[in-house]
Design a protein around this ligand. Structure first.
Ligand SMILES: NC(=O)C1=CN([C@@H]2O[C@H](COP(=O)(O)OP(=O)(O)OC[C@H]3O[C@@H](n4cnc5c(N)ncnc54)[C@H](OP(=O)(O)O)[C@@H]3O)[C@@H](O)[C@H]2O)C=CC1
Ligand SMILES: CC(=O)C(=O)O
Ligand SMILES: [Mg+2]
Length: 611
């Protein structure tokens, strides 16, 4: 059982035990407390009708109201405008703040240091995440400054792997909602819900239905941690203003039994709705987004299960500005890593033989982009390029004898070849020089497999891209040790540097976080209306071009994360430029200085002076 899962189960168990103990009166719970807990344990409070009846006890309704001018305590409690102790004396005079803050002044630089000192005291990543989210709720600019200044240290906290843990425990950890929750019961009034969202100028939406969260499976509405995390990166890395970003979770139920039984599960307690009803909700959502925010709002599909992911992408890419990050964003980042690896492996990409362990969204998405790249590089057709690419799924090698039962996204990669069931057999038979893990299956790159690759390849490419860390096909330490430091390595979630025979290897992070923020920025810069595969290809080539020989000497096939914002501006330029080339840009005429425009558009979280 992966670590993350068992921790979640442990916490769930603890909650149950606490409730049980309290119910039996062992903790001295009051009569009222005890009966409340009773009803929780007996699952009364979250019966379907509990929500309908939730107003029953209100005798005299009150009107919630606030003043609108932001000054005094309201200013301090408004995360968009709050600066904490960084309010100057003049601002404190003018905005009625004296007495509400300690008398000292502390600028943002010092505040960043203070936040980091606090954060580094926490030993648990989950506590660090909570601390950061609490900061975001208090002071948005400081939150983003802290994140941007410490991106290497904090990316694993706001993103994978910690965000996986956060999703698993979302119901328990829930404090303040972030993002828009649209449930299957909201059919017919999705626009009304969009209008409840406080921001009007939304430019990017990340939406999930929570069915395939990282490699953790169906987490239902608890998947909200993912769109929230992705959009945090749109701001920190891609420079979008926080108010331009809208995280959405479509709650259509969950088939995760343990969540459905969890007393704190915050979503609908029903199995997933499928078929027409599901499609109607998605369709209403897509049309409402366009009607509310315009046809140039970028919609990113994230962590949908593949039976929906492919068909939704194909359904909407002709009518909306939409892409699927797990298929296309991942494809670009993986391709970039392989292009950047070429000076280490020698030769061209078309000289390699590729094997994908996992033939789903990420696997076939990357494979198609590799084929597109190779077809251009080697001046061959795409079907010819696909000949170099082999797929392995949960049932083994994707071959002709399995044709009748294969999903359509695997068909282009079917080979007329004998069936092989284990990955080791496949590796020994096909001798891939690049092995990419996108199965979500932890530890499937074994010692035998890694060693076998070194028998015929001097520098095998080994990319275990599955997330979070607990689902990675192997660790960096394993890959470097088993190949005696020979492999070119990148993983979906981060690993620490590894020393083998006195030499340090720095594992790169092959994660779509390198792509989507700059990609989105590029779409906005050009005013793109549709997305073309060549735009992702351009993003991949640009990212690869940002890797220096110095990076490669350390083993890196991605630029260091501290440069990721500058890299994103370059990606934005390349993507926008392709959009113009393909006639899908609307910000006309095409400006000559796309890079400058991208850089200038990037929001920075420095405090503003208030009049
Ligand atoms: N690093 C990054 O940026 C990204 C990483 N990922 C990661 O990739 C993983 C897969 O995501 P995604 O492609 O969207 O998921 P999908 O569900 O679309 O695909 C999973 C694939 O893995 C196969 N599989 C499952 N178990 C095994 C096994 N034991 N051996 C071989 N293959 C197996 C499945 O086989 P079958 O078809 O037979 O069911 C399927 O083809 C996740 O862990 C995700 O976190 C995803 C996107 C981006
Ligand atoms: C990174 C990502 O998008 C995933 O693992 O699903
Ligand atoms: Mg994803």
């Amino acid at each position: 059982m992966p670590l993350v899962r068992s921790r979640s189960t442990q916490i769930f168990q603890n909650v149950r035990t606490t409730l049980e103990v309290a119910r039996r009166g062992c903790t001295g719970a009051s009569a009222l407390g005890s009966s409340l807990l009773d009803s929780v344990v007996n699952k009364k409070v979250y019966h379907d009708d509990a929500w309908e009846k939730s107003d029953d006890n209100v005798e005299r309704p009150a009107t919630p109201w606030v003043r609108t001018v932001q000054s005094g305590i309201e200013l301090l409690r408004n995360p968009k405008y709050n600066k904490g102790m960084a309010f100057s004396k003049t601002e404190r005079d003018r905005h009625y703040l004296h007495g509400l803050l300690p008398p000292a002044y502390m600028n943002q630089d010092m505040q960043v240091l203070r936040v980091m000192s606090n954060l580094r005291e926490y030993t648990s990543d989950l506590m660090k995440y909570n601390h950061l989210m609490a900061l975001q709720e208090r002071n948005e600019r400081l939150f983003f400054r802290v994140l941007m200044d410490n991106i290497e240290e904090l990316l694993p906290i706001v993103y994978t792997p910690t965000v996986g843990l956060v999703c698993q425990q979302y119901g328990l950890l829930f404090r303040r909602p972030r993002g828009l929750f649209i449930s299957i019961r909201d059919r017919g009034r999705v626009m009304e819900l969009l209008k409840n969202w406080p921001e009007r100028r939304v430019r990017v939406i990340v939406v999930t239905d929570g069915e395939r969260i990282l490699g953790l499976g169906d987490l239902g509405v608890q998947g909200m941690g993912i769109p929230v995390g992705k959009l945090t990166l749109y701001t920190a890395i891609g420079g979008l203003h926080p108010s331009e970003c809208l995280p959405v979770t479509l709650d259509v139920g969950t088939n995760n039994k343990s969540l459905l039984e969890h007393p704190f599960y915050p979503g609908l307690r029903q199995n997933r709705v499928v078929g027409e009803e599901y499609d109607e909700l998605v369709d209403e959502f897509m049309e409402a987004c366009k009607a509310r925010y315009g046809s140039r709002v970028l919609i990113q599909f994230e962590d949908f299960a593949n039976h929906n992911a492919f068909r939704l992408l194909f359904q909407y890419r002709g009518s909306h500005l939409v892409f699927n990050d797990d298929i296309q964003g991942t494809a670009a980042v993986a391709l970039a890593g392989m292009i950047a690896a070429l000076p280490l492996t020698g030769g061209q990409l078309s000289d390699h033989t590729f094997m994908f362990n996992g033939a789903g969204e990420a696997g076939t998405g990357i494979a198609e982009m590799v084929a597109l790249y190779i077809s251009k590089e080697a001046k061959i057709t795409i079907p010819e390029a696909r000949e170099r690419i082999w797929m392995v799924d949960s049932k083994g090698l994707v071959v002709k004898s399995r044709m009748d039962s294969l999903q359509s996204h695997k068909i282009p990669f079917v080979k007329d070849y004998p069936a092989h069931s284990t990955l080791l057999e496949c590796v020994k038979a096909i001798r891939p020089t690049a092995l990419i893990g996108v199965s979500g299956k932890a530890q499937s790159f074994t010692k035998e497999i890694c060693e076998a690759m070194t028998e015929y390849s001097q520098r095998p490419i080994i990319f275990p891209l599955s997330n979070p860390t607990s689902n990675s096909e192997c660790t960096a330490e394993q890959a470097y040790t088993w190949t005696k430091g020979a492999c070119v390595f990148a993983s979906g979630s981060p690993f620490a540097p590894v020393e083998v025979d006195g030499q340090w290897h720095h594992p790169g992070q092959g994660n779509n976080a390198y792509i989507f923020p700059g990609f989105g920025l590029g779409c906005l810069v050009a005013g793109t209306t549709r997305i073309r595969d060549e735009m992702f290809l351009a993003a991949a080539e640009t990212l690869a071009g940002e890797v220096t020989d110095e990076d490669r000497k350390k083993g890196l096939v991605y630029p260091p994360l501290r440069k990721v914002r500058a890299v994103s501006a370059q990606i934005a330029k390349a993507v926008a430029s392709k959009a113009y080339e393909h006639g899908v840009a609307t910000n006309l005429p095409k400006p000559a200085n796309l890079l400058e425009i991208a850089e200038k558009r990037m929001w920075t979280p420095q405090y503003r002076r208030y009049r």
